[in-house]
Design a protein around this ligand. Sequence first.
Ligand SMILES: [Zn+2]
Length: 371
Amino acid sequence: MTAFAETLAGLTAWLKTESPTHAPAGVNKMMDLVTREVADAPIAVERIAGRAGLGDVLVLRAGPEKNEPAILVMSHLDTVHPLGTADHDLPVRLEGDRLYGPGCYDMKGGAYLALQAFKEVARRNAARRPLVFLMTPDEEIGSPMTRPIIEELGRHSAFALVTEPARDGGKVVTGRKGVGRFEVRVEGRPAHSGSRHPDGRSAIREAARQILRIENMTDYPRGVTTTVGMISGGTAANVIPQHCRFAVDLRVTNGVDGEAYSAAILGLTPHDPDVRVSVEGGMNRPPYEKSDGVARLYDHARSLAGELGFELGEVPLTGGGSDGNFTAAGGVPTLDGLGIDGDGAHTLHEYGLVSSIEPRRRLMVRLLETL
Ligand SMILES: [Zn+2]
């Protein structure tokens, strides 16, 4: 088999191994494939059992055994696509340069190419620092289980490289907004909507006012957005509703705004004194700001890409969070978007561009060798 055919076969097998976050058996099969992939390389594999219905975690270690901060590579092997997607809605197939399949772009393509690079550098013993590769099962739901693992590994790392999808024709990501999540519960007073209307205190009416208050916090020039994306409440058309609840998504560009807007949302008070409003939640992913360290890391990657013959652009701020937010917020220079190029993340037309695999694998090799 040619190297290209081998890559295609390997990645295709990964795509056919469906691994939605809440199907731990599938995620664990992915962890098995990774373990098999590195079995004949000088790579130590630590497997941490999943908890709370989530799959396992892999920590791969290679490189010199020095007591020095490592290069941390991070990939998630869970996807958002439910089981069966590969059989019907998004069959794994190659059309021209596009490899379609669940999670090809976000982010099995990136995980695959980074693993090949990791293996190569480990085999040649070419790294200057210890290398750590973290494969996680829960990124798509905000990394509730692996966040402490990421933060702990981050404390022992000099750099973090994240294989989330490339953007806009191959750009890497050097900044991400922070993400806050909140749950607002409103409790009013129920009453018959016909005979007892004045006695009722509508939780939905109060929620409507609160929702507008929250949505009005959006400030585009400041880079702050607030979204109420889910709502439920009421029991029947002829009952003044006692309960209403809704979910809030907050995005900010810096930690100061994260605290200020979280405080504003947590501090919401009812307009109607007879209604109760309670809010839970907070920042789920801290902002990943483009620090000087991030800028230097990007410049380094760009010059390596130049040596390899391609231009490496950057997206200096994107609204979506990733595990890179945790390392960046911990002060570790972090470069994200090192994965495969393509499009359609989280949709049924998701694909990766196979022509982007080899240049980006080489870039990863050079990063692991030179950082
Ligand atoms: Zn992803």
